[in-house]
Ligand binder design. Structure first.
Ligand code: FAD
Ligand code: SF4
Length: 511
């Protein structure tokens, strides 16, 4: 039976069982399409990274002796959308059976299901063999529970997969979670090795994007492309992380610094989200390295890393499949403001935002605390429409794929899901930002001030937000302390917060 197997751009799993045997009756198909570059405005580095990785993947399949049809974005035959491309190939190649891998994105899942229902040949979908969990595992795990707490899921995953366990029940080191020791401020020491980057020629693909009028955002350096785009390069980033960064990963996980864009973060999210690396091999490789170098690496560093991947990453995927499609339009706080223009330009005097936005535009990357406590914090405090926030996050980051972007942005960061992912909103005044980094030192605004034109805007916006949303937080135990402080606040002080916040929100670029 002549079979077509379709592979999406984020399904580059070299180890998938599909590829273990050559079969003359099987043709693989991959395509770069304007449909995928156009559903949101993507960062130019993200488009380049996906296209180059897909091309390398297709070439590797060919080298292994598989038959592959690949449409580049400017291929004359490319119909630029999924169903038309598939129709064309099924006909041209006289295909009798169609197969695909389950997409991680709801939109594509529906598209492919609908497509298959209309086909007059047989079809079948397969697991991508990437995640530890299946789509529906979270729903089963939390069945009958009032809250879905990541920590319980994470512990269960540790037990189930025997990861960092002393026996079936006890965690290695005696604690499940070393989050408390993951909160150091970085002040110039220990020194941070440069990020692992790669020299490669991207001028060809950039020309193609221009010729095809692919609309992108963000900046790119033609001479230096920082992201891995083959399995070999991804493995190098993983080794580099183990050998150079793991030793302080946990310590400075939440740190912020003007001169350090990546600190001790792994920069592995793209390698994993494109599936060039599996979470299992990332965890196993880092754990092996840790066990071999235990005398130099504290358990809190490795546990923090494992928790992000085995815990958060799988948890977010589960929430996505449990809650979609409704999740995408949730707006429990009823926020409707426009995303400030400076998210697209980096032009703001607020130093923390200036650094975080410019870094996002320059590198298609910001680390977790920049995404959560600076960019997300400001968007939420200014009560921005979560649709606008999502569109920005889904476009700007190298690792942004809806299943993990949406749950982090709309859920964890914007609290638009009303508390499914996080039990309270991640908002703060300037003091948290000052505590974790040095942005405030060189800022036009004064983090210690709450009144006047030079007061840190976060200080006003924070209390204004709590005031505006007080009805919503009435029943939330975790907000009780802040709400009672709000109640006790002098009217004059509160009025000042409210008035300045209104000015900021009216014109966030120039107030
Ligand atoms: P490291 O700090 O080195 O962490 C290691 C790995 O852990 C990451 O590569 C990632 O795979 C995983 N991880 C860590 N935190 C999370 C998390 N909260 N959810 C899922 N996986 C996690 N991550 C994405 O992959 N895609 C996104 O689109 C995305 N959007 C985000 C939006 C917001 C508002 C926030 C707060 C977080 C978002 N994250 C997203 C999670 C996290 O910020 C990134 O995974 C991380 O910054 C990627 O950099 P890294 O590989 O250097 O991570
Ligand atoms: Fe950001 Fe306020 Fe600090 Fe300036 S003073 S860097 S605006 S937190």
């Amino acid at each position: 039976e002549k079979t077509l197997r379709f592979i999406l751009g984020d399904q580059l799993n070299h180890k998938h069982s599909w590829f273990q045997e050559r079969n003359e009756n099987v043709i693989y198909f991959m395509a770069e399409t304007q449909q995928e570059t156009g559903y949101v405005r993507h960062h130019v580095q993200k488009v380049v990274a996906f296209f180059l990785s897909m091309r390398n993947f297709a070439n590797e399949l060919k080298e292994k002796g598989h038959q592959v049809i690949y449409y580049q974005i400017d291929d004359k035959k490319n119909q630029q959308n999924l169903p038309s491309n598939l129709d064309q190939i099924l006909k041209e190649e006289h295909i009798e059976h169609f197969e695909y891998l389950y997409p991680d994105e709801y939109r594509l899942d529906i598209k492919l299901k609908t497509y298959c229902n209309k086909l007059d040949i047989t079809s079948e979908a397969y697991d991508t063999e990437h995640f530890y969990t299946k789509r529906e595992d979270i729903e089963k795990f939390f069945e009958g529970k009032k809250e879905m707490t990541m920590e319980y899921f994470y512990r269960d995953m540790r037990k189930k997969h025997g990861i960092m366990m002393l026996n079936d029940k006890k965690p290695e080191g005696g604690e499940w979670n070393y989050d408390k020791s993951n909160r150091k401020k970085w002040t110039g020491k220990p020194s941070i090795p440069e990020a692992k980057t790669f020299d490669k020629d991207i001028s060809g693909v950039l020309k193609q994007l221009k010729a095809m009028d692919v609309k992108t955002m963000g900046r790119i350096d033609e001479n230096k492309f920082p992201w891995p785009t083959s399995r070999e390069e991804c493995l190098k980033v993983l080794d580099y992380f183990c050998e150079n960064l793991l030793v302080h990963f946990g310590d400075y996980e939440d740190a912020l610094h003007t001169d350090q864009k990546f600190l001790f973060h792994s920069r592995l999210s793209f390698a994993m989200n494109s599936k060039m690396l599996s979470p299992k091999e990332v965890i196993e490789t880092t754990l092996d390295y840790y066990y071999e170098n235990k005398e130099n690496i504290d358990i809190s560093q490795i546990e923090g890393f494992v928790r992000q991947i085995l815990g958060w990453r799988e948890f977010m995927r589960g929430i996505y499949w449990k809650e979609m499609p409704g999740y995408k339009s949730k707006n429990e706080l009823k926020n409707t403001n426009k995303l400030p223009d400076f998210y697209w330009t980096g032009e703001t005097d607020m130093n923390c935002l200036k650094h975080s936005v410019n870094q996002s535009l320059d590198d298609a990357y910001a680390h977790h605390i920049q995404r959560l406590m600076i960019l997300g914090n400001f968007a939420l405090l200014t009560m921005t429409d979560p649709d606008e926030v999502d569109a920005w996050y889904l476009g700007v980051y190298i690792d942004a794929i809806e299943w993990v972007e949406l749950t982090n942005t709309r859920g964890m960061s914007q609290f638009a899901d009303g508390g499914i992912v996080a039990t309270k909103p991640y908002v703060s005044s300037g003091s948290y930002i000052n505590k974790m980094g040095n942005y405030c030192k060189s800022c036009k605004y004064k983090v210690s001030k709450k009144e006047g034109d030079d007061a840190c805007p976060f200080n006003n916006l924070y209390w204004n937000f709590l005031y505006e949303k007080q009805e919503h937080f009435k029943g939330n135990m975790r907000m009780n302390m802040m709400m009672s402080l709000l109640k006790k606040m002098k009217k004059e002080t509160l009025d000042n917060h409210i008035n300045r916040s209104r000015e900021i929100i009216k014109n966030p670029g120039n107030f």
